[in-house]
Design a protein around this ligand. Structure first.
Ligand code: AMP
Ligand code: MN
Ligand code: MN
Ligand code: MN
Length: 287
């Protein structure tokens, strides 16, 4: 990270290393995300769109103008143990060919998946959801469950994000379809090959038993994974405690990210999470 003058930062760096723009399923353009982060007092930002690097150059340009440090980021969708898991890549070379090729391969199935989701939703009487969701996706190749969720809320089927996911979009519900994402090994090879640091995104969100979570973290570490997101917009105080302990035990660096998708939708705004708990090594020390 070329321009980060570490000595000038306050002892507690306000980093936000997880957020989204309209390049994936966020609601604001990448420039606006960076502008909002700077206005909220973020010192170090990573934009981490799902499976896409499209917003990085624009966000970086705004960050430079605002005097806010910026590292490249991405949130890679993988499948492990039958679950969709998200791996953050941070501070990598965005021009890396293998990373770009890998992300393109993950994206390529999303439109067919959306068609299958819409067909499933028709079976429970919900028509036109493909067109409805597509109309909300600025980047069609990143059509996601979030766009279906917003469409179903706008059309009055559900009242908010939480209830629409619970009713229609999680495993076992009528609009959920299996999808082939990358493997853990692929995601780590791509991130490391591009010179980046890998972090497990919002570990508290996965429906893994304690034993399976430890198995997952062990495999992630064996493959060179360096960090876990301890502070996340979707973590409860209990998650923070559990993942602080696991970070210490496994020797992981700790990351902090709001997972901001947009105003009035996300749990927490950019840069507004509490600081990392004492005694954890922040991931930005590896940048
Ligand atoms: P996809 O990549 O199409 O499977 O969509 C996953 C996205 O849906 C995540 O990145 C979140 O933004 C959103 N999401 C997943 N589960 C939930 C949930 N339970 N509540 C709200 N948003 C969710
Ligand atoms: Mn998302
Ligand atoms: Mn995620
Ligand atoms: Mn995210």
């Amino acid at each position: 990270m070329r321009s980060l003058p570490l000595v000038f930062f306050p002892p507690v760096l306000n980093c936000d290393l997880h957020c989204h723009s309209i390049c994936s399923d966020g609601l604001l353009p990448a420039e606006s995300v960076a502008r909002r982060a700077a206005a909220n007092g973020v010192d170090l930002l990573a934009l981490t769109d799902h499976d896409s690097l499209d917003g990085l150059a624009a966000a970086r340009a705004v960050a430079e103008e605002a005097g806010m440090a910026f590292v490249n980021g991405v949130e890679v969708s993988i499948e492990w143990g039958g679950l969709q898991i998200h791996i953050l890549g941070l501070n990598f070379d965005a021009a890396d060919a293998r990373l770009n090729g890998g992300l393109a391969a993950i994206r390529s199935g999303r439109i067919e998946r959306a068609q299958r989701m819409a067909a499933d939703l028709e079976r429970v009487g919900l028509y036109g959801t493909f067109d409805g969701a597509m109309a909300l996706a600025a980047n069609p190749s990143l059509i996601s469950r979030s766009h279906f969720a917003r469409h179903l809320i706008e059309s009055g089927v559900c009242k908010d994000m939480r209830s629409v996911f619970e009713a229609y979009l999680i495993p076992g519900r009528p609009g959920y379809v299996e999808h082939r994402w990358a493997t853990l090994a692929d995601s780590l090879d791509w991130i490391h090959g591009a010179g980046g640091v890998a972090a497990v995104a919002h570990p508290g969100r996965y429906r893994l038993s304690r034993a399976d979570m430890r198995r997952f973290l062990g495999e992630f570490k064996d493959r060179g994974g360096a960090a876990i997101e301890v502070m996340s917009g979707s973590h409860t105080p209990e998650h923070i405690e559990v993942y602080s302990r696991l970070a210490r035990e496994f020797g992981f660096l700790a990351s902090r990210g709001s997972d901001f998708h947009g105003p009035n939708e996300s749990y927490i705004d950019l840069g507004r999470l509490p600081s990392l708990p004492d005694g954890l090594e922040p991931v930005w020390q590896a940048f």
